[in-house]
Design a protein around this ligand. Structure first.
Ligand SMILES: [Zn+2]
Length: 403
């Protein structure tokens, strides 16, 4: 049975909270060694099995509820264009992104403005924002594998990390979706952007996995590339401490994602959001989730290993649908023995290839019509309807299990 130590091995120095700077982080769960390259897939199963692992020791701030992997080693986490963490293959995510583009374009009057998109992925969001709002933009991502330079949308793409300090281009709004949590120095990143804004009126949009969701559930989203885990309160704290005014914050996508909108030099303009900003109540709720996490994670891990063994044992051919980072982490914790009959994904770039460490092979969902599994496991409840509909189209009548 899996065990999760509440206290890590000695030798990790105390670290002052990145978000509020007021307290030392306290370790609460040691998940051991987990795959580092959870967005990479290999042609060779042995290479996949030998891919690097890194230690995950979660620690929290008693003052603001920020959570961080205090064992994170930036030297092993190297991003390149072979990684594919693109969420844009999912229609549900595309629909959400389209709504977000409209919202930002209208709320911040982005026509003619300059956007800086840090961690732009394959550029889908920035391209759509430029197209819809009539703005221009610069996108940076070390995983960006498309053509570099200007494209027809008004965006200019760079394959590589965004420069820091003086190297940053001028911008009227910065956006960063699902990248902020990957940074080793999230506070310095926001300070940098704030300095670059100077005395100009500038806005910002950050989107991260919501740590309240991640740490109140089994923790399949606790993956090595995610260094920081921000909940409502700690995200506001880090933004304010870096000199930004918080315009709005909230969750979407079934509570899994959190956004924050910030401004600099907004003068006496009223705050854009209408709800109260998160405070002590949200912090305390998160600290409660943190306190129960190690035990909950260990119990879920053991329960899913048992469930998969039972299903496989009675010939139900259980499969996992979704080989993204969340799926990879689920496989690491719940199916290290590879008892699942298949792992499928809608992204054709993954078909026939092997996932890190556990070396499960990824197949096309079409294969399920032949395999006829009786149970399909998904790790992301937001995709329940989408995957349910795909199964019906394939003629597969399987029980859909949400991990
Ligand atoms: Zn703190």
């Amino acid at each position: 049975m899996a065990t999760v130590a509440a206290v890590p091995a000695p030798g990790l120095p105390g670290r002052v909270c990145d978000a509020c700077g007021e307290a030392t982080l306290v370790p609460f769960a040691d998940l051991g060694d987990i795959p580092v390259l959870c967005g990479v897939h290999w042609a060779d199963p042995e290479e996949a099995g030998a891919s690097p692992v890194g230690r995950m020791v979660l620690a929290s701030c008693p003052s603001c509820a920020y959570v961080r992997n205090v064992a994170f080693d930036p030297a092993v986490m190297v991003y390149d264009t072979t990684m594919d963490t693109n969420l844009h293959h999912s229609p549900a995510f595309q629909a959400f992104s389209a709504e977000l583009v409209k919202h930002l374009a209208e709320r911040y009057q982005l026509g003619g403005r300059r956007i800086l998109d840090v961690g732009c992925g394959q550029g889908d969001f920035l391209r759509e924002l430029c197209h819809t709002a009539g703005c221009t933009g610069s996108g940076y991502d070390a995983m960006y594998a498309g053509p570099v330079g200007p494209d027809g949308s008004g965006a200019v793409f760079h394959s590589g990390h965004a420069p820091r300090c003086e190297g940053l281009p001028d911008f009227d709004m910065f956006t960063s979706r699902h990248w902020f949590e990957h940074l080793d120095d999230p506070y310095d990143f926001l300070v940098d952007l704030r300095r670059r804004a100077g005395t100009r009126s500038v806005y910002g949009y950050l989107e991260v996995p919501d740590a309240c969701y991640d740490l109140s559930t089994a923790g399949w989203e606790v993956i090595y590339p995610h260094v920081s885990y921000f909940d409502a309160h700690s995200l506001v704290r880090v933004a304010e401490r870096a000199g930004w005014r918080v315009e709005d914050t909230g969750t979407f996508f079934g509570g899994m994602f959190r956004f924050i909108e910030v401004s600099a030099n907004a003068g006496d303009e009223p705050r854009r959001g209408t709800g109260p900003l998160p405070g002590k109540a949200e912090r305390d709720r998160q600290l409660t989730a943190v306190a129960g996490f190690a035990q909950r994670h260990a119990a879920e891990r053991a329960a899913w290993q048992g469930r998969i063994a039972d299903l496989a044992g009675r010939g139900a051919r259980p499969v996992l649908w979704g080989a993204g980072s969340r799926g990879v982490q689920f496989l690491t914790f719940a199916d290290p023995q590879r008892r699942l009959a298949a792992v499928v994904d809608v992204n054709p770039r993954k078909w026939g290839r092997y996932l890190p460490v556990t070396a499960h092979q990824v197949e096309s969902p079409e294969g399920l019509a032949r395999l006829r599994p009786e149970a399909v496991i998904i790790t992301n409840p937001s995709y329940r309807d989408e995957i349910g509909a795909s199964l019906r189209d394939l003629g597969v009548t399987a029980e859909l299990l949400i991990a």
